[in-house]
Design a protein around this ligand. Structure first.
Ligand SMILES: C[S@@+](CC[C@H](N)C(=O)[O-])C[C@H]1O[C@@H](n2cnc3c(N)ncnc32)[C@H](O)[C@@H]1O
Ligand code: SF4
Length: 334
């Protein structure tokens, strides 16, 4: 099978797999409670891909060039027996990396099982250490210590942990330095993500975005940070390291410096839509192909035909993307 390139010459390297559209948080920037409340229609179970179906897609896509699979959601740890899926995926020899993005709330009790199943690394989303700010940003009453315990359990299990922090103007700017200090002490890499205009319900405004450069300046007032060369083409974070060896901090400038040009990422939604851009209006129905009894070759041809037609660079054409209805972040998985 030949590895496809899209219209802009980009290969397919990275697959994000959303295993559920449900979540135990209601972060206002992702799943605001007024939209994702009791009356919201989540996917029926029969629409959601089974672990075997996900395994098959990832396995076929690894033949087309995918080297990294990241499990996400919604909240992936809500999916029962997730370590079983990790075990299946980590057995695909062509993958270099099987990763997980989680809000960490349920992590403490499952971290060791995830590691034992072959998970390579984990990213925990954490926007604040202060309970009041944390609860406002997650739309929950959970104590932040529950997530911190999850992170520590993952570290004890031997998993490298990255922390993702979305910074919103006037909401959690004061958390930047405390989070940096905490991550330094715990041996976690920290990444600051610019607040993005994903989905349709978070009332995003450019004035709520704290540019990565501003966050970096704030950190530089306390720490000496040295730039680190990108590890590979298409790396989304600009990385820096503490000059004294205290770990790394990265910045994802999706708004102020869009990086569509090198984007090699595909997304599989929980119900088997293949989505080629975070800012797309929808995907292509791969589940029907899977459930029609297609062979691996036919699945590969279907994926290749979607990928070779791909010309998205919506983040670079922001005003155009803003006018359209977009897929929800909790559906497509980030
Ligand atoms: C959709 S969540 C899914 C996985 C898991 N529930 C979690 O929160 O880590 C994946 C990532 O998307 C990020 N995210 C959601 N909405 C965002 C937005 N509007 N701008 C930037 N990042 C966002 C979250 O902070 C999280 O790190
Ligand atoms: S960012 Fe993650 S934790 Fe927050 S609502 Fe979205 S899916 Fe849930």
């Amino acid at each position: 099978m030949t590895a496809p390139r899209d219209v802009l010459g980009r290969p397919i390297r990275d697959l994000r797999v959303s295993v559920t559209d449900r979540c135990n948080f209601r972060c206002p920037y992702c799943m605001p409670r007024e939209i994702f409340g009791a009356s919201h229609a989540f996917l029926p179970r029969s629409d959601v891909l089974s672990f075997e179906e996900i395994f098959r897609v990832v396995s076929v896509m690894s033949l087309l060039g995918v080297r990294k699979a990241r499990l996400t959601g919604g909240e992936p740890l809500l999916r029962r027996d997730l370590p079983d899926l990790v075990r299946l995926l980590s057995g695909i020899g062509r993958l270099d990396d099987v990763a997980l993005t989680t809000n960490g709330l349920l992590l403490a009790s499952v971290a060791q099982a995830l590691k034992d199943s072959g998970l390579h690394r984990i990213t925990v989303s954490l926007d604040a250490l202060d309970d009041a700010v944390f609860q406002a940003m997650t739309g929950s009453e959970a104590p932040v210590t529950q997530v911190l315990d999850g992170i520590r359990a993952a570290r004890r299990a031997g998993l490298p942990v990255k922390i993702n922090c979305v910074v919103q103007r006037g909401v959690n700017e004061d958390e930047i330095l405390p989070l940096a200090e905490w991550c330094r002490g715990e041996g976690c890499t920290l990444r600051f993500i610019e607040y993005m205009d994903v989905g349709n319900h978070n009332h995003w405004q450019i004035t709520s975005v704290v540019p990565a450069a501003e966050i970096r300046d704030k950190l530089s007032s306390r720490y000496e940070l040295l730039p680190v060369d990108p590890a590979f083409r298409g790396e989304v974070a600009r990385r820096y390291r503490h000059a004294d060896g205290g770990g790394e901090i990265g910045f994802v400038s999706s708004i102020t410096e869009p990086f569509c040009r090198d984007c090699n990422r595909a997304r599989l939604t929980a119900d088997g839509q293949l989505v080629t851009c975070l800012f797309a209006s929808g995907g292509t129905d791969l589940r029907s192909v899977l459930r029609s009894g297609a062979s691996d070759q036919e699945i590969a041809e279907f994926v290749s035909s979607v990928w070779t037609r791909r010309d998205d660079r919506y983040s670079e054409l922001r005003s155009e993307a803003a006018a359209r209805t977009k897929v929800e972040m909790s559906y497509v998985g980030g």
